[in-house]
Design a binder for this molecule. Structure first.
Ligand SMILES: [Zn+2]
Length: 346
């Protein structure tokens, strides 16, 4: 690979990021963590009014400003009610796959700073007790959280300081294999955040400036479609780093970088995608171009919000999206390499 960036850093950075809870709109824990991480790399962070962090790099040419974005939010839940037994009813934040949540450990964060663990279960939770019903659909209506506390009523739950609207985070269960695979929740999109930070580390260490002034943004609400809606007015081009999909008809894989031609809504900029394809080929980056169905990014959000810019999206091919996800370091490293090529080359 042409750019000898620190891919061991990418791994540890991903592992660290994925273990900081940041469900949609919950920046309380990630904000100081991310600022410290950026500072270690030699960068200052600024914020917009939505608490989106930005790292800004002056370019070789400052007459044009581009934006690279990777979202810090993950799928998550809010408490929407407490039933008479003291089990928590949830409201999803983003397009979760409940089938992958049965039996997961979660953490509930109260507004006064306390936290409690619990177990995600279906109301009909035991094959021994609920023989037929144990096969009930895993849906928002049927799923509950059983707190790891001695509770038998809603009152018991409230005494712990737990209220409707409190945030629930599902454990990521991040694992690396010797064969280079990563299995974890929230590869979407913390693997892409780790790629961006790896590229920033490389630029700092090599003393390199991107071709154009570049804003790197890390929003907290992509999973509900609003992370990219605000774009600073000087930005004329936006690249969202986000996961690639794998499935029938698609050429993407967990060893390749996926360049998205079209998502559920927008046709990504034709010339910009041509440039990404050319850069992937020039840098021997294994890539696929694909058309997606149920998919969107913060670049799409930026276009849909009416910003005057052109947009593209690429990222590592990922299995099991919005559940337990899997990708490979080849796809992650390819994503970092394509980002560096985008930033540095014609
Ligand atoms: Zn994403």
């Amino acid at each position: 690979m042409k750019y000898l960036f620190d891919s061991d850093f990418t791994k540890t950075c991903f592992r660290d990021l994925v273990n900081v809870a940041s469900p949609v709109g919950y920046y309380v824990q990630m904000e100081p963590f991310f600022a410290a991480l950026a500072k270690d790399l030699g960068y200052e962070v600024s914020y917009d009014n939505k608490r989106t962090p930005y790292i800004t790099l002056e370019g070789q040419d400052n007459s044009k400003t581009v934006q690279v974005t990777a979202h810090l939010d993950t799928l998550g839940f809010l408490i929407r009610g407490i039933d008479s037994k003291g089990w928590l009813m949830v409201r999803q934040l983003g397009g979760v796959n409940y089938n992958t949540l049965d039996g997961e450990t979660v953490t509930v964060y109260t507004r006064d700073g306390r936290s409690y663990t619990g177990l995600f279960l279906c109301r009909e939770h035991s094959v021994h007790v609920h023989k037929e019903e144990a096969r009930a659909a895993r849906t928002e209506e049927n799923m509950r959280i059983l707190l790891d506390e001695p509770i038998s009523s809603a009152e018991d739950v409230k005494k712990l300081g737990i209220r409707n609207g409190d945030v629930i985070d599902v454990q990521p269960r991040c694992q690396f294999t010797d064969s280079g695979y990563i299995k974890s929740r929230y590869i979407d999109d913390k693997a892409c955040v780790a790629c961006v930070l790896t590229a920033l580390k490389y630029l700092k260490e090599q003393g390199l400036k991107p071709r154009f002034r570049t804003l790197f943004s890390f929003p907290y609400s992509e999973e509900i479609g609003t992370g990219g809606t605000y774009v600073p007015p000087e930005v004329s081009e936006i690249i969202a780093l986000d996961i690639g999909l794998i499935g029938p008809g698609l050429e993407g894989s967990d060893r390749k970088v996926s360049i998205c031609a079209k998502d559920a809504t927008i046709h990504y900029d034709y010339a910009l995608n041509n440039r990404l394809i050319r850069l992937a080929e020039a840098n021997d980056i294994d890539y696929a171009v694909d058309v997606y169905n149920s998919y969107g990014t913060d670049a799409k959000a930026a276009v849909q919000a009416g910003n005057n810019l052109r947009a593209a999206t690429f990222g590592m091919g990922t299995y099991g999206t919005h559940g337990m996800e899997r990708t490979h370091m080849d796809a992650i490293n390819g994503t970092t390499a394509l980002l560096l090529a985008y930033l540095l080359e014609e």
